[in-house]
Design a binder for this molecule. Sequence first.
Ligand code: GUN
Ligand code: ZN
Length: 456
Amino acid sequence: MKQTLLRSRIVHFRDDAVGSPDSALEYFEDGVIGFADGRITLLEDARRAEKQGLDLSAAEHRPEALVTSGFIDAHVHAPQLAVMGSYGEKLLDWLHKYTFPAELQFADEEVSRQNAEFFIDALLACGTTSAMVFTTSFAHSTEHLFQAAERTGMRLIAGKVLMDRNAPDALLDTPERALRESSTLIEKWHGRGRLGYAVTPRFAGTSSRAQLSVAGQLLRDYPDLWLQTHLSENLDEIAWTASLFPEASDYLNTYELYGLHGERSIYAHCIHLSESEQSRIAYAGATVAFCPSSNLFLGSGLLKLQQLREHNIPVALATDVGAGTSLCQLRSMGEAYKVCQLGDYPLGAAEAFYMATLGAARALHQEKHIGNLAPGKEADILLLNGNREPLMRERLRHCRDIREELFAYMSMGDERIIERTYVAGKVAGNVAGIKAKSATCSPRYAPQNHERALTP
Ligand code: GUN
Ligand code: ZN
């Protein structure tokens, strides 16, 4: 197959940007990236490549743009687009007032199918080429999401949500159904192309002990699955979980008791962990999904990133839409910076981008496939272009180096600066594309709702 060549400024991570930020970031002022058959074939300084005999006359030349690797979102809910930006509640009330009703709509297969297509397009328009995704407790919603992801060729991990108590009846499954439906989905989708399966108990509070046992059984039966769930997000949630599991020593122990704790476990939030919980997460090699937009929006609290670093806990960045208010990981980075500032930990651009690219790939055990632009990796590539936005263009004129440029992108940027997204070497997703697909909406409110809408 013909090699595509793109000559541009290029930046990515060779290594861990937390421990050694200076050597980890590799930047080419005038670089060339080549890809063919879905994989990266070349990454080189353009002049050096020419000296070595490479003909760059056919390369697309974009000196004003910046090429980097696709973003990875370590925790996001596909069925929650409709509840983004819902007013006034903290976690447990937000779930009951907005989120469970929205997920109930997915009983309708057509709603579920259309949402899956829109969600995947929206991710790609935001530069997210890989994600770890919650669907709903309806098995068909997981089926639809995998189908939509497969059509684009993107690398995606997802799972059917397991929940058999403390939510509306129509959203509940049973331990038996959880086992049967998860097994069917795993057999069909796990390891098919670029897709993978995560066992997905929503959180301890919505699963019975029998259902958590089923989740543990699935992980024993299929050791290369992932486990994704929520942990220690909100103080009321923690107290409620303790009342439901008096036998557990703490929140993490509700998962440990059922074999839901290992190096392929991804726990979203982890804001209020004890010292002991942090040590046990570190010992197991499990990952924390840092969801700053969501944590600020729901008023859940501030993740202590520095403490997690001191424990050497892998941390991957995530949007947690629909509690998060944007699908764009640039926005997550900007929110992460604010959370960390409040904890006196000035998060640098290299560390922030690392948590959404190579750091996330490592945490999710995907490093051999994705995370940077090394030849041999899958060609999930972004073309960023800050010149598309007048304010950003003005700010960029004053940047003195690549770190300042990246910091401007994460502080002020969003999907508007993502000019192009490649998935496995093919152009995929753009904002215009998703605008065309979304249904036109002309809101009309009944008078009583109108008042509430204007004065929340
Ligand atoms: N905890 C349990 N379910 C959810 C969810 O859907 N979103 C968030 N942010 N936390 C949860
Ligand atoms: Zn979540």
